[in-house]
Write a protein that binds this ligand. Structure first.
Ligand code: G6P
Length: 367
């Protein structure tokens, strides 16, 4: 079926605005009575998940960033060791597989050559099972995996992935919580995480209200050649994703960095010409992030902060944009939204081909 752009100037903008619905669709029928429903990963999946002792996640591009967030969740909620790796590296290593390791691929298209090759290699090895998180039901990745959790983003046309990422994170949160439940997670924390997921579509809708403000902010980025994105914890992959979006569609060189690494290199680049974007949720690492922000300010860097509205007062002067209050599971999905909008508006101002950036393909089916 032809997918219409409707009132939107680009598919990417339409897809950004579809996120409340795509996330709601991905969660639909998978949470009930305050818990992740058993059986959502297919028949026999729950027995396998109950005995998993390690997780290996493989993906490319934006899907890899979703896998990086999942690592924090699986380790902190379920207490299961988890590694996330780029498919093109994994497939040429000689990985040592620990007993009862669950192998997970994440892919919007389910046809990415390196991710498929990694899955095929994993089939030759002694993994507990191979689980695909994918957006296209008829994809090779789905057909060739033992277990499947479909994201329900609908067709994604823009080359730069947006709604697929939010739905991947939603699906991965369900997985982390399912694993956590079988391991006996603290009931209060579990309930808070479920509540967090249930309000997520509405929170994304609220975050999209920042569109006009971000559009005017984007004017300050048009002439930049470089940008630095900083985050800690689950916001580190969001910093990577924010930088990827900006480079993909605006062609501005951007790097995402764990904020704690600032002193180990990137600080040397910071001066009054360098925009530095920090993502600041209300979490345990906030004070650490704030001291990194001070380091940037002290060197005259132009700081742009996206923060949880509850901590606005502690963010100091300059460009500070507030996001709705949210919990640990919602935060990475939510904080990514303004970074998508920022990349979009900068690209539009620079006059690039937003939906079809030069040299890039929607699905990389050859190596
Ligand atoms: C290409 C696309 C990206 C995508 C990546 C992985 O690089 O341009 O948007 O994140 O492939 O694609 P997949 O379909 O495996 O998620």
């Amino acid at each position: 079926d032809a997918v219409e752009r409707g009132e939107y100037r680009h598919y990417m903008l339409k897809e950004i605005h579809e996120q409340p619905q795509s996330v709601a669709d991905t969660l639909e029928g998978r949470i009930s009575g305050g818990r992740v429903l058993p059986g959502i990963f297919g028949s026999g999946a729950d027995e396998i998940l109950a005995k998993v002792k390690q997780v290996q996640i493989i993906a490319c591009g934006t899907s890899f960033h979703a896998g990086l967030v999942a690592r924090y969740w699986i380790e902190s909620l379920a207490g299961i060791p988890c590694h996330t790796e780029i498919a093109s590296e994994f497939r040429y290593r000689q990985p040592v597989v620990a007993p009862d390791t669950l192998f997970i691929t994440i892919s919007q298209s389910g046809e990415t050559a390196d991710t498929l090759a990694a899955l095929r290699m994993a089939k030759e090895r002694d993994y507990a099972a191979r689980l695909a998180i994918c957006n296209v039901p008829e994809a090779s990745l789905v057909r060739e995996s033992d277990l499947v959790l479909m994201t329900r983003a609908g067709p994604e046309i823009g080359v730069a992935s947006t709604k697929a990422f939010s739905t991947q994170l939603s699906a991965l949160a369900l997985l982390a919580l399912r694993l956590a439940e079988t391991r006996g997670i603290d009931a209060q924390r579990y309930a808070a995480a479920i509540a967090d997921l249930e309000v997520l579509p509405g929170l994304i809708r609220d975050a999209l209200q920042l569109d006009a403000e971000i559009k005017s902010l984007a004017e300050q980025f048009v002439d930049k050649q470089h940008a630095l994105f900083l985050g800690r914890g689950t916001q580190f992959p969001i910093a990577l994703e924010g930088a990827l979006k900006l480079k993909e569609i605006s062609y501005i060189h951007a790097e995402g960095y764990p904020a704690g690494e600032l002193k180990h290199g990137p600080l040397a680049l910071v001066d009054e010409t360098m925009p530095v974007i920090a993502v600041a949720p209300n979490d345990a690492l906030l004070d650490k992030l704030k001291s990194n922000m001070e380091e940037v300010r002290a060197r005259g860097g132009q700081l742009y902060v996206f923060c949880d509205t509850r901590i606005r007062h502690g963010m100091g002067e300059g460009h500070v944009l507030e996001l709705p209050a949210c919990g640990e599971i919602a935060a990475p999905v939510l904080f990514n939204v303004p970074l998508q909008l920022l990349a979009y508006h900068v690209a539009v101002l620079r006059g690039t081909d937003v939906d079809q950036p030069r040299n890039l393909a929607k699905s990389v089916t050859v190596e």
